[in-house]
Design a protein around this ligand. Structure first.
Ligand code: ATP
Ligand code: MG
Length: 263
């Protein structure tokens, strides 16, 4: 179906927890890419509780790209999350390595978009906007790039200038409909209408405020009772539907490929 990127301006709003939660509740096989240049895989250390040793997956991919074998190297660089249809491409070990990834993002974007042919969607945790080594090409090539934010004034104030920058950037590449907001904590205190008004970007999806459940995704905390039907998981499923609708709407706006046009 799509390449979906989650990113944030400031304040740890829940990008990793939401990206992982979406991947684990996704309706199709999905590749989850940790492209946060901060370094240190939050998912290996958090949700997977450090049981899987850190990898140099992204650095290996950067080398494979230089040798012209990026496509085949991708499958070997990913880790299956047991009992799920989620494959994980773990993040870089350190922020110092992230700079070396700059030449990787563009070609990796093309390879990730090609996965659609295999029935696999891609969800990217792009971390904070603008850090050294950030995966900017992935954002602009995505079917949907979601600025993840909470709805309080501090978060909105932190996200405001980045929302403006990305809005201008997406408009300049003719992709305005590929930019949206993902709100963590609906009504905590503001709702989608106010948030949209402040950031001038549509709210594509919201996820509920649910600390015990979020700790499972963010830190590998113990699952609360009836986790599968908890508020957060239900809201993630609803968010998935909103994301699918936005991707479909964005694609409907694209001109048909030349080969498919009537003569
Ligand atoms: N929906 C939610 N409800 C309640 N708490 C949440 C929710 N999502 C995330 N959190 C909490 O917010 C904190 C930050 O989450 P997370 O690590 O996912 O954020 P992040 O944006 O990836 O941060 P960073 O910028 O540091 O990578 C964690 O303690 C997590 O449990
Ligand atoms: Mg994170």
């Amino acid at each position: 179906m799509a390449l979906i990127v989650l990113t944030s301006a400031s304040g740890s709003p829940g990008v990793t927890a939401t990206a992982l939660g979406l991947a684990l509740t996704w309706a199709r096989p999905v590749l989850l890419v940790e492209a946060d240049p901060t370094g240190g895989s939050s998912i290996l250390a958090g949700y997977l509780r450090g049981r899987t040793a850190p990898t140099d997956s992204l650095i290996e991919l950067a080398l494979a790209h230089r040798e012209g074998r990026l496509g085949e190297a991708l499958a070997q660089a990913t880790i299956g999350i047991e009992g799920t249809e989620v494959s994980l491409l773990p993040g870089t070990r350190s922020h110092t390595q992230a700079r070396a990834l700059a030449p990787l993002w563009q070609p990796l974007t093309a390879v990730l978009k090609g996965l659609e042919r295999t029935g696999q969607d891609v969800i990217v945790d792009a971390g904070r906007l603008g850090l050294a080594g950030w995966p900017e090409p992935l954002l602009y090539a995505a079917d949907l790039c979601l600025i993840t934010t909470r709805s309080d004034l501090v978060s909105l104030s932190g996200a405001r200038s980045w929302a403006e920058t990305l809005r201008a950037g997406f408009e300049s590449v003719g992709g305005a409909s590929s930019l949206g907001l993902l709100m963590v904590g609906q009504g905590e205190p503001y709702g989608p209408r106010e948030v949209r008004k402040v950031l001038q970007v549509p709210v594509t999806a919201t996820v509920a405020w649910d600390e015990p459940a979020a700790r499972v995704f963010a830190k590998g905390g113990p699952a609360p009772r009836r986790f599968d039907s908890c508020v957060l998981v239900r809201s993630l499923k609803a968010a998935r539907a909103g994301i699918e609708t936005a991707v479909a709407a964005g694609r409907a706006e694209l001109p048909a490929p030349a080969a498919g046009r009537p003569m």
